[in-house]
Design a protein around this ligand. Structure first.
Ligand SMILES: NC(=O)c1ccc[n+]([C@@H]2O[C@H](COP(=O)([O-])OP(=O)(O)OC[C@H]3O[C@@H](n4cnc5c(N)ncnc54)[C@H](O)[C@@H]3O)[C@@H](O)[C@H]2O)c1
Length: 709
């Protein structure tokens, strides 16, 4: 069947191949078929003198179809297609705009010339998905710009501007104004200057850029940037191969290596998270008749750390927001913090001073609740006190317009009780942002037993507009993320009382792949924050006198973490580095002595297992209890909100990678040493192991039951 999304238009003797495959011109099977058909049209023309390749819509080709990763290998198909464009006997020009990623950049490399609109950005992010550019990128890019620069670009995986791409030698020209006309004109000028095809594949890699020293340096760089991972090292090998062989041989090698990469856990894990994030907004079983309500304006109550950050999220999305606080100094602190956030963005060149003014203009600070009367969504972010939140929701109930979403940012409080203080519990929902709210992508959306389908839909849609990845949870203490944190942190704290040093514990966790060790996280958040939560929830805790005692001991010794320069570590003014502190170790030793805790020698493996097993185990409880809709949602929470390595696919994916029987056996082993209080396996984990089935099998069964119910 002819492709609907690729067409050839003629501009005199020039063939303009136009692709339109919304939303981002992914190179799907349909697009490849269309490009092949376009090639046939071009080859059948006797008069064609030049070819322009371009896309309509938001961007030039954004990349390969990640959905095909799990299917049969497609590299040879890509290679044949791209080679055919490169082999054309007339000049082929890629005319680009938008964000040109992966396969898009590789197709551009197979063209003879490349021009772009000044706002275009380019990236080859493959290594972050555990693979290498597999459609000629590792072979053509070094031929065009040298091995060293090519590898630096591939390893950084970050987008560069058109300006930078020009400096690298990737682009021939930046063009202002109409891209199509400029591209046709570009070909015309080429021909007038007697210039024909200039094939990247026929170039040689500059030997100076491909010395043993260069590869050694880049190997070290790949190891450092991607610990526990292999794709960066494979990229080095592939680029080295480009410097030593013909294009054809190099492409063969690239294909073999990229297909090896696709089988790896690091790739399967990263791809799993990619799709889990894309799908997290889907809410199966929600009343289809309910649609999202439009959000034209928002309100935030509390101008503190979270409130100000949440206001920034709305303003960045162009949604006007009223930010209310109880008193002038607090409101002024909030405005100050908005100002600093935006100034930081201006200083980093992310927005202009004009954009800062425009966004600040969308935030209206106020001391009056009455000004929230028109808001479609109000997010409460005041101190973590049930009495205070109840008062505020009672007040809001009298002020907010009918149908407005009434959201709370509480981390620990029971949203069912908060909803009880209104006469419209269907409108009440949790919107749990993570600090800093304007930076962290995760949004836990917490529905009570009475939250309406419309409210859920509205918030899930709103999340997209404010660029958050929403995960829907049900009410329980700590929701998904913090509830899983409980056992993870409990063991870390317990081990420093057993004689492990904070650095040993954090080091083991970071070596495993966590973005930051948990004790360092506590220092950053403030030890008193944890202590306040522990105190407020003392009645929930198990009868374990050692529970979170490391936090209490440091707090009693006046150690608040980074803010006063001492916590689990010592800090120096103006420097976020952590230094070992014998004083902290001594405080912990004394507390352990008082509590009668025996000293142990901890291997790195023990530290990792003791922290991770309870984390994974709790994930199974959360899934079994229906707190999370899907295991993949739990993976999203931990990878996007808690620094769990994406290349391990999130906690639930990791549990299956290590094997559920191995996890269960590990939990049993620690139960034999430390007792049942904290080491009881989750019923769902036991069930899956006993039945020998995978999480996905169980989820399918549940859906079947849901459909019957
Ligand atoms: N800080 C975090 O990392 C984090 C993360 C997720 C969720 N939360 C939750 O977000 C909420 C706010 O936390 P925060 O860290 O921003 O606190 P904060 O202390 O920085 O700010 C709270 C703000 O609420 C204001 N306030 C108090 N009473 C008020 C009232 N009656 N009306 C209007 N404003 C009032 C205070 O003046 C202050 O500006 C809490 O529920 C907290 O548990 C915090």
């Amino acid at each position: 069947m002819p492709s609907q999304c690729v067409r050839v238009e003629w501009d005199g003797d020039f063939a303009v191949v136009i692709t339109n495959n919304p939303p981002v011109n992914t190179i799907t099977a349909d697009v490849r078929a269309g490009l092949n058909a376009a090639l046939a049209t071009i080859k059948a023309s006797y008069s064609v003198r030049g070819v322009v390749l371009m896309c309509e819509g938001s961007t030039f080709f954004s990349g390969a179809d990640i959905g095909e990763f799990s299917g049969p290998p497609r590299e040879v198909e890509y290679r044949t297609l791209f080679n055919a464009f490169e082999a054309l006997e007339v000049p082929v020009v890629a005319a680009m705009h938008g964000t040109v990623m992966g396969g898009g950049s590789e197709l551009a490399l197979a063209c003879h010339y490349r021009i772009a609109a000044p706002s275009t950005r380019f990236a080859m992010p493959e290594v972050t998905l555990g693979i290498i550019p597999g459609a000629g990128g590792t072979q053509r890019l070094p031929r065009l710009i040298g091995a060293e620069k090519a590898l630096e670009f591939i390893l950084s995986a970050k987008p560069i501007s058109a300006q930078q791409a020009g400096e690298l030698g990737f682009l021939d020209e930046l063009v202002e104004g109409g891209l199509r006309a400029a591209a046709v004109n570009f070909v015309r000028l080429l021909l007038a200057a007697n210039k024909g095809p200039r094939r990247t594949g026929e170039m040689n890699v500059d030997p100076e850029s491909a010395t043993a020293g260069v590869f050694q340096k880049l190997t070290a760089q790949a190891r450092k940037a991607y610990p526990n991972r292999n794709a960066g090292l494979v990229a080095v090998d592939a680029v080295r191969k480009a410097s030593q062989s013909s294009l054809e041989e190099g492409l063969e090698y690239e294909t073999i290596r990229v297909n090896e990469c696709k089988q790896s856990v690091e790739s399967r894990g990263a791809v799993h998270v990619f799709f889990a994030e894309r799908d997290s907004r889907r809410v199966p079983g929600l009343d289809n008749a309910a649609s999202a309500a439009p959000v034209k304006s928002a309100g935030v109550i509390g101008a503190g750390t979270m409130g100000a950050g949440i206001a920034v999220c709305f303003a960045n999305a162009g949604i006007p927001v009223t930010m209310v606080d109880a008193n002038t100094p607090a409101l002024e602190r909030g405005i100050d913090s908005l100002n600093r956030t935006y100034q930081g963005m201006v200083d980093k060149g992310r927005i202009t001073a004009g954009e800062k003014a425009q966004r600040m203009g969308l935030i209206r600070p106020s001391l009056h609740y009455g000004e929230l009367r028109d808001a479609d969504v109000v997010v409460e972010a005041v101190f973590e006190s049930m009495d205070l939140k109840k008062q505020i929701f009672t007040k809001l109930n009298g002020i907010a317009k009918r149908g407005a979403v009434l959201a709370t940012n509480t981390s620990t409080l029971d949203i069912e009780i908060i909803a009880d203080s209104t006469s419209r519990p269907g409108d009440v929902i949790g919107m749990h942002f993570f600090a800093p709210a304007n930076v962290m992508p995760l949004l836990e959306v917490v529905r009570t037993s009475r939250t309406s389908a419309t409210t859920i839909r509205t918030v899930m849609e709103l999340a997209k507009r404010i660029r958050k990845t929403p995960v829907l949870a049900r009410v329980c203490y700590g929701f998904i993320g913090n509830r899983m944190m409980e056992g993870y942190a409990r063991e870390a704290e317990r081990m420093v009382l057993e004689g492990a040093t904070p650095r040993q514990v954090d080091g083991a966790l970071e070596e495993w792949g966590m973005a930051m060790g948990i004790l360092a996280v506590f220092d950053m958040a403030g030890i008193e924050v944890g202590v306040n939560v522990h105190r407020a929830n003392a009645t929930r805790y198990p009868a374990d006198p050692t529970y979170y005692q490391a936090d209490f001991a440091l707090h009693e010794a006046g150690r608040m973490g980074q803010k006063n320069g001492k916590g689990y570590y010592r800090y120096e003014a103006g420097n976020r580095s952590r230094f070992d502190d014998p004083d902290a170790v001594e405080i912990l030793r004394q507390r352990a002595h008082v509590l009668g805790i025996e000293t142990r020698n901890h291997s790195t493996e023990e530290i990792q297992q003791r922290c991770l097993y309870p984390l994974l185990n709790e994930g199974f409880r959360i899934l079994g209890e229906g707190i999370a809709m899907r295991a993949a949602d739990i993976d999203v929470v931990w990878t996007s909100g808690y620094g769990f390595p994406r290349y391990r696919g999130g906690p639930m994916f990791h549990a299956e990678t290590m094997g559920l029987p191995a996890l269960l056996a590990g939990i049993h082993e620690y139960r034999d040493v430390f007792g049942r209080m904290h080491w009881e396996p989750a019923p769902l984990l036991v069930e899956l192991v006993e039945r020998g089935i995978r999480i996905a099998d169980w989820e399918r069964e549940q859906q079947g039951e849901g459909a019957l119910a």
